[in-house]
Write a protein that binds this ligand. Sequence first.
Ligand code: NAD
Length: 266
Amino acid sequence: RRRPKPLRFQRRKWPDPMPNQLTDGLPLAGKVFAVTGGARGIGAAIVATLNARGANAVAFDIDPSAAPAGSESITCDVTDEASVKGAFESLNAKYGRLDGIVSNAGIMLEKPVADTTLEDFDRVIAVNLRGVFLMAKSALPYFRTDMPDADKPRIVNVASELGHLGRPEYSAYCASKGGVIALTRALAREFAPGILVNTLAPGPTDTDMLRAEKNYDSWVKDGEGIPLGRVATAEEVALAAAFLCGPDSRFMTGTIVDVNGGAAMY
Ligand code: NAD
């Protein structure tokens, strides 16, 4: 693939949208998004939030049985190239277009290094990091890179505040999420100017994943270390994802959006 020319040399083929289109009630009308891990938790909230803005958002999930009634899903294991390619083919057969992907599928591992097997480590990296790469690579042939600014295709990844921070007993998870942040920055530069690539870095968010953690009670009851005093809801993370999928984020690429109630990251 030829590298796109730098923006300053690019002639606009399409007129810019009128400013009032940026804040219309259905800013994603007619657009098609694939949301990995969209059957549950943050992913399911992202599917619902994109749909509420007029999109057709489809969950790509290894276990679509958990998806809320009425939401659309395709069985997909993000670690497996054939499975990811097949999911995009099914989506394309139905809608014939792709406006963005949200790479949200992830697994958590809470174990001291001494107890973490290589299989454990590789599995976390395969879902949380290789899955993000595979989704981006497999989406490319379906994206149009000649869109006006507000309609450029979007890649929105879901990292974690643990991609910035080291936490004891989360080594594989921290490594995978740090990788998602670095991968986002690299993809943003490689895919500019045609495709916008950003990542969310949520703090603790009240989903099944968080509920399975050892110190769930202290986070939920006390909002430990969170200036806003509590963990996020899945819907609050989804609002940031919808912003990154929509016209209002048209001049953002390669950014890490922290959704963490003000916890100090740097
Ligand atoms: P969750 O466990 O509630 O849901 C994860 C979803 O991903 C499930 O529907 C599951 O079936 C799907 N999934 C798992 N492996 C998959 C695979 N190989 N292929 C396709 N789908 C797969 O988790 P969540 O809390 O909603 O987390 C979503 C994302 O947000 C994850 O990447 C997670 O690391 C990240 N995150 C979560 C929190 C939190 O506190 N919950 C904080 C920061 C970041």
